[in-house]
Design a protein around this ligand. Structure first.
Ligand SMILES: Nc1nc2c(ncn2[C@@H]2O[C@H](COP(=O)(O)OP(=O)(O)OP(=O)(O)O)[C@@H](O)[C@H]2O)c(=O)[nH]1
Ligand SMILES: [Mg+2]
Length: 291
């Protein structure tokens, strides 16, 4: 099956994901009601009439279902982007959104968490500590973020008109982060922003290699989430493309290291599937082409 992300019909993969999530949510809602009924039934009699194992089984089931329901409660798909400073996380998100929404540039640019989601309103706005601020453009967003002395674990929600960006119609939420190398708050980040993410994207720099700081961050994520769904983007591939002689070799080298990380260090994928989780991209070129 070919996946057409530009499709506006029901075959759009993001729409399929969101509607599948809604259906699963309904199933767990029913399962929760069922287990509650059984629990009430048992409790309406003298508990000593039943084996303790049965009661424990019911309690455990209720706990498990509640946990799964929490994760499924959101009907959107949350995609979180991580990687070292300047690897191009914000540019990748802008390329996906086909708009220069997030500030991007050399040096350490993103200084807090930025969550982009769609709004039915016609003008963009941001919400910071429950306060709404109107913004006209990315320049205003950058200024607004710079004038506030935000901690690197702060979340700013960016609401961008769905009418200006097709991907936001499909309840996708994209989360940009500061570089994993510039913070002492990795544990806090994981608790605040990773536990409910559906997909993680590690934006790596194809001009160098996957760094230990990036790997360590995801190894920490894995300690809390049993099987994070991770994709690796080897960004800045345009720069490598100048070295035509060694291009194939460099690609193979990156692929080997990335697969090794996903399969052996993380243990989240097998060899064959890992191959489909590694990409070589030039966010800047895609963004330019899409503007
Ligand atoms: N050549 C090239 N430059 C890129 C590419 N993607 C991003 N850049 C440039 O790299 C610089 C950093 O990009 P950002 O998107 O701000 O990087 P970031 O990972 O968000 O950085 P922080 O916010 O500081 O963590 C910018 O000057 C981008 O124009 C790419 O694919 N190729
Ligand atoms: Mg950034």
């Amino acid at each position: 099956m070919t996946l057409d992300f530009n499709s506006t019909g029901d075959d759009n993969p993001l729409r399929i994901f969101v509607s599948a999530k809604k259906e699963i949510n309904e199933l767990f809602s029913k399962a929760e009601k069922f287990v509650k009924n059984v629990d009430e039934f048992y409790r309406s009699y003298d508990e000593s009439m039943f084996e303790q194992n049965n009661m424990t089984f019911i309690d455990n089931s209720m706990e498990k279902i509640a946990g799964i329901r929490d994760v499924l409660a959101r009907n959107n798909m949350k995609v979180a982007f991580f990687g070292r400073t300047s690897n191009g996380k914000s540019t990748v998100i802008n390329a996906i959104l086909q708009n220069k929404i997030l500030p991007a540039g050399i040096g350490h640019t993103t200084n807090c968490f930025l969550q982009v989601e769609g709004t039915d309103e016609t003008e963009p706005f941001i919400v910071l500590e429950n306060q709404r601020h109107n913004i006209e453009s990315v320049k205003h967003l950058a200024n607004a973020l710079n004038t506030e002395s935000l901690g690197d674990s702060t979340l700013v929600k960016v609401y961008w008109p769905k009418s200006k960006c097709s991907i936001l119609h499909d309840d996708v939420v994209l989360v940009d982060s500061p570089g994993t190398d510039v913070t002492a708050n990795l544990d806090k980040w994981i608790d605040l922003y990773c536990l409910d993410a559906d997909v993680f994207v590690l934006v790596s720099n194809a001009e160098s290699t996957l760094m230990q700081t990036e790997k360590n961050f995801f190894i920490k994520v894995k300690e809390k989430l049993s099987k994070p769904n991770i994709f690796i983007l080897n960004n800045r591939w345009d720069a490598s493309a100048h070295e035509l002689d060694s291009l194939d070799l460099v690609r193979k080298q990156h692929l080997k290291r990335d697969k090794d990380f996903l399969v052996n260090d993380m243990g989240v994928l097998d060899e064959d599937t890992a191959q489909n989780h590694v990409f070589f991209v030039s966010a800047i070129e895609v963004l330019r082409a899409r503007l």
